[in-house]
Design a protein around this ligand. Structure first.
Ligand code: 13P
Ligand code: SF4
Length: 302
């Protein structure tokens, strides 16, 4: 039996489900029960009946699944697959902001630690941040940790005072205006689709900016047949699978998230077999963080 077959068999025996983000390697996406962007994965994690969730992604994703399902076992193929941006907000700054600014909501990108979620009013992902910020009753929004998604939201929701924090995604932050211009020169007929974790100078040159699921949907629905993709290159796997007759060019070879790439089939098999690398969070942290996660799920429906 192949490793992929062994994994499928173990999943059945253990009533386990594998959730994978589009940024993990294609062979890992192949064994997943569901592949999606951060928001779709959070929703899926909440709905599943499986007893064990193996999260093929980075740590904050596994933590979010655990927060939404405190009674389930959430396993990580690699405990060191962590998103640096998830840690890029300072607790004392959040407390200070709450004291000093009236009519303030702390809005937390789901790419954040469980502790940061406990200090926030609502979580958001790149696919619902604009909608949620628009619908919040507060005038002032402290958006943590990603400065680039915050600046994208600020642009789209000018009626709010969006206060930026200085975090960033180490992968998307590498893209510059020059990278876009170089790619456009090489592929002049292609449309440019980017993730809002990219810098403003990159987003401004794009034909579309949105979450990984948004990029997939845009490329699939579009009559255009050639695209430059400004997000982590793992997404090319699903883009090509859904659109075998269209051409996709990665904006730059620098678009690799080393943490997502730590997830491998061998590690998946091993954690499933031994039920190891379980996400364990403090009870109180889970209860508080769940409030901001539930608030997101509720507001995204509206
Ligand atoms: P989305 O899944 O919301 O597109 O976010 C991308 C990302 O960086 C996940 O780590
Ligand atoms: Fe974090 Fe960026 Fe990697 Fe997503 S792509 S996990 S935001 S470093």
């Amino acid at each position: 039996m192949s490793l992929k077959e062994d994994i499928q068999k173990l999943k059945q025996e253990k009533n386990a489900i594998i959730l994978a983000h589009y940024y993990v390697e294609g062979d890992v996406q192949d064994v997943a029960d569901f592949v999606g962007d951060s928001f779709a994965l959070a929703k899926k994690a909440k709905e599943t009946d499986a007893q064990i969730i193996v999260f093929a992604g980075v740590r904050f994703m596994g933590e979010s699944a655990k927060i939404l399902n405190p009674d389930k076992k959430v396993l990580m193929p690699d405990m060191n697959a962590d998103c640096p941006m998830a840690h890029m907000a300072v607790v004392s700054n959040i407390r200070k902001m709450r004291k000093e600014v009236d009519d303030l909501a702390v809005v937390c990108y789901v790419n954040s630690t469980a502790e940061l979620k406990t200090l926030s009013d609502v979580c958001v992902t790149s696919s619902n941040a604009v909608k949620i910020v628009k619908n919040l009753p507060h005038k002032n929004i402290y958006f943590i940790p990603d400065q680039h998604l915050a600046s994208f939201v600020k642009e789209q929701v000018p009626e709010k005072n969006v206060i930026l924090n200085d975090g960033y995604c180490i992968t998307h932050h590498r893209m510059s205006k020059e990278d876009v211009l170089k790619a456009k020169e090489k592929y002049p007929k292609a449309l440019v689709l980017v993730h809002p974790e990219c810098k403003k100078e990159v987003v401004e040159l794009a034909d579309y900016a949105g979450s990984t699921a948004g990029i997939l949907q845009y490329a699939t629905k579009s009559e255009h047949t050639e695209f430059i993709i400004g997000t982590e290159m793992g997404v090319l796997y699903e883009l090509k699978r859904q659109n075998p007759n269209k051409k996709f060019h990665i904006m730059s070879d620098k678009l690799v998230c080393v943490n997502m790439k730590k997830v491998t089939l061998d590690k998946l098999y091993d954690v499933l077999l031994h039920e190891k690398n379980e996400i364990v969070l403090d009870e109180e942290v889970m209860v508080k963080a769940k409030k901001s996660m539930d608030a997101m799920l509720e507001m995204a429906k509206a």
